[in-house]
Design a protein around this ligand. Sequence first.
Ligand SMILES: C[S@@+](CC[C@H](N)C(=O)[O-])C[C@H]1O[C@@H](n2cnc3c(N)ncnc32)[C@H](O)[C@@H]1O
Length: 255
Amino acid sequence: MPEAYERHLVPGVFRPFASDLAVRAGALRPRTVLELAAGTGALTSALLTAVPTASVVATDLNEAMVAAGSAREPRADWQQADAQELPFEDGSFDLVLCQFGVMFFPDRPAAYSEVRRVLAPQGRFMFNSWGTLASHGFGAAFQAALERSMPDGAPSFLEDVPHGYTDPAVVAADLAAAGLTLATVEAVTLEGVAESAASVATGFLTGTPVSAAVQSRDDAQTLQAAITQKLTDCLGPGPVTAPMTATVYTAHHQT
Ligand SMILES: C[S@@+](CC[C@H](N)C(=O)[O-])C[C@H]1O[C@@H](n2cnc3c(N)ncnc32)[C@H](O)[C@@H]1O
């Protein structure tokens, strides 16, 4: 999964938001940074380019992601870690960063409590989260192709997980439960790009948990071809672009 994710989803879908978050993080001039759910390191690289002097610890739950990330971005110190149980001392980082990871944490207040614990007193927690699935041109088109190709029950993973944590009031309440104050909320819309609709389809079909529901079927190959064709019919045959919306949050210790 890390290879497919890195090849088909990172360049056109995740890197634009990594550049955005790195510029915002760089403006804080952090010295010690902890990145959660770093994946293959899209944000890690953008951050180290924006702030080459920062000491960056990049973590992810998934060992395969850590292996891929550390090979790709050796300037960071990579460690396997569950965001809900961080293996770091209290107050050790002046910035905790997370790109498109919080939606995957089963117990977000527990993860945010850990963020508060490892954050220095004046430190900042900065993260982003996708907007609704309808606000993501590639995700919405892919889900429509999936549903038309699997009328007996398409997986609702995209709607439920990556695009299922979209209400700033819920985010504020989860942060408050962990002793953090939500300071800023900003919606950001950027353009997604991909070499083809087929590449977008391959990214979602092999680089996300949607793959399990499709690959486990006897007709997996036919199904993948049908989904790819429907996505191509929708987005067009050549290089494709689509708007994608996310929300950027910053938080700090309660005062
Ligand atoms: C959509 S990817 C984002 C990766 C990377 N931040 C990026 O922008 O490309 C979500 C990541 O969250 C990680 N993840 C899921 N649950 C986690 C947890 N409890 N603690 C830490 N990482 C987790 C996954 O392994 C995956 O790498």
